[in-house]
Ligand binder design. Structure first.
Ligand SMILES: Nc1ncnc2c1ncn2[C@@H]1O[C@H](COP(=O)(O)OP(=O)(O)OP(=O)(O)O)[C@@H](O)[C@H]1O
Length: 530
């Protein structure tokens, strides 16, 4: 049988980096094929060559037995290949429908038929259960929706081969299930799916076969049903990885973050965040769960000062920072790992030395007698690159060229190294490989054990449940429930995330009331420590 896709002897070099090294990669028609490997293993670049974004230095590509030169994405689309990338390739000022049909617009009497475009996009979205509003402008919708737009865009072009680069990173468990239903339907239709993923459970659930890349080489091709997560992990990392639940927190200390009555205006009628009340204590991790777009990002941005607040206060370690600038808040003790590591978390054209020094440049040893010390910056960068195992050609490499997971490590390393009393971490392990997730979780727990207060916002319920001692659930801009770790499970959190009324003891504030009560009785009725 002729393979749908056959890449033979593919090599791709960048200055100082051998991204793919003589890779053979084959995918059968109508299969779902998972492409796995650590950050920087060469997965995205290999698939970018199939999508016509990059050209191999050596090797050949055959599509259904025919040798093809894919010099551009248009060539790839012509060959029936569509790719949904990790970083979105959308025009912010255009609508979702305009983005989807861009360069393939339906026309009527020679003019673009906007109505038909909106209708067709809505039809695809509905058919595959991807909820989007075709008329909404791209810059007005949250990151989770953007991912769905990218998926619809590829589906609109009716790709025979659909490549998805970590498509579920921004989806909830329920949305992921729905996407998998879509993928299964596409497969039943005879289409071929290649899914790049770091999630073993996803690969096990959805794929027929798995190819593993390590250091740019194809090290294993496995039939999923005959393999196991442990075997795949060993091929990816060359070692056994400990993914057991990290040890629980010790007794938390004083309140570090205290948010009261925080309201953040939204773009429409509804507030993005309404009357949020929350606190995080020293030595404690508090998780925020919620379907993307329910105010989590706005809440974090309001706390760090990136967003205008309608009402309410934000205090850190007893200081009211509600009117402070971002720089003052950072100096006041807030570190921040933003959801969008490209646009917010890093400067892509700057090198690792500069990116890792950001924020640290106002303090010794990097700031010396009012001047930046380049040698201190270099030492700082080298130390963090080593500690976090960032795969990078050298400290002077622009971080925009790093693989997604490695860029994430740069941002996490920089923010943890502030040793701030409060850390707000949004999706800290999104797109990060298994070994690195283990490392980042270990670092976050170490931060907590050293007395740090961590507000963790994550779409990964398993991550939230394994790290947090309390979980707040956001729905339509409100904190609607508060669940202690001991009572949390997927099903319960899923219900609250979908807006179900919480049980009495999970109502927000119920925990603080218990705490205040017990502290009050311990204090002989002299009042709560909160
Ligand atoms: N434009 C570029 N210039 C220089 N090096 C690059 C460029 N793009 C990628 N690289 C390097 O090529 C290697 C492979 O990158 P690739 O993005 O394929 O990794 P990946 O396996 O997809 O990783 P991740 O899981 O983190 O996304 C990495 O070391 C990366 O830093």
């Amino acid at each position: 049988m002729v393979a749908e896709v056959s890449m033979r002897g593919i090599t791709k070099r960048f200055p100082g980096v051998l991204a793919d090294d003589n890779v053979d990669f084959e995918v059968e028609t109508g299969e779902i094929h998972a492409l796995m490997g650590e950050n920087g293993a060469g997965k995205s670049i290999l698939m970018s060559m199939l999508a016509g974004v990059y050209q191999p230095d050596e090797g050949e590509i055959f599509i259904r037995g025919e040798r093809r030169t894919l010099s551009s994405p248009l060539d790839a689309i012509d060959a029936g290949i569509g790719m949904v990338f990790q970083s979105f390739k959308l025009f912010p000022s255009l609508t979702i429908a305009e983005n989807v049909v861009f360069r393939a617009e339906p026309t009527k009497r020679g003019l673009i038929d906007r109505q038909a475009a909106g209708r067709q996009v809505a039809e695809i979205a509905e058919r595959y259960g991807l909820s989007i509003d075709p008329g909404a402008r791209v810059d007005s919708v949250p990151v989770g929706v953007l991912q769905r737009v990218e998926i619809v865009k590829a589906l609109y072009r009716e790709a025979r081969v659909l490549i998805l680069d970590e498509p579920t990173a921004v989806l909830t468990p329920q949305e992921t299930e729905r996407l998998f239903d879509v993928l299964r339907a596409l497969k039943a239709d005879g289409r071929t799916i290649i899914i790049i993923t770091h999630k073993l459970n996803e690969a096990m659930a959805i794929s027929d076969r798995v190819t593993v890349l390590r250091d740019g080489r194809n090290v294993a091709q496995l039939v999923t049903a005959e393999s196991s997560p442990a075997e795949i992990t060993r091929h990816m990392t060359g070692r056994d990885v400990d993914l057991s639940t990290p040890p629980p927190a010790q007794r938390p200390g004083e309140v570090v973050l205290d948010v009261r009555g925080l309201t953040v205006p939204g773009t429409g009628e509804r507030n993005a965040v309404s009357q949020a009340e929350l606190f995080v204590r020293a030595g404690e991790i508090v998780g925020i769960a919620g379907v993307a777009g329910n105010g989590q990002v706005e809440l974090a941005e309001a706390i760090i000062g990136m967003r205008q607040v309608g009402a309410g206060t934000v205090s850190v370690s007893g200081s009211d920072l509600s009117r402070a600038t971002i720089a003052e808040r950072r100096d006041g003790g807030i570190a921040y790992i933003p959801e969008d590591r490209h646009a917010v978390g890093s400067a892509g054209t700057a090198d690792a030395i500069d990116n890792l020094a950001l924020g640290h440049h106002r303090r010794a040893p990097i700031l010396q007698r009012g001047l930046l010390s380049r040698s201190a910056m270099l030492e700082h960068a080298k130390r963090l690159i080593q500690r976090f195992g960032v795969k990078i050609a050298g400290p002077t490499t622009p971080v925009g060229t790093l693989s997604g997971g490695n860029l994430q490590k740069v941002v996490v390393a920089r923010e943890l190294d502030y040793r701030s009393p409060l850390l707000i971490a949004e999706q800290p392990t999104r797109g990060v490989d298994i070994g690195a997730i283990e490392a980042i979780h270990r670092e976050l727990c170490k931060y907590r054990d050293n007395g740090g207060a961590l507000l963790l916002i994550s779409a990964e319920l398993s991550e939230i449940m394994s790290l947090s001692s309390r979980i707040l659930v956001m729905f339509e801009g409100r904190i609607v429930a508060e669940v202690p770790k001991s009572e949390a499970n997927d099903a319960l959190l899923g219900l609250y995330m979908a807006g179900h009324e919480p049980e009495e003891r999970h109502r927000p504030g119920a925990f603080a009331a218990t705490l205040a009560g017990s502290t009050a009785s311990q204090n002989n009725g002299k009042g709560a420590a909160l």
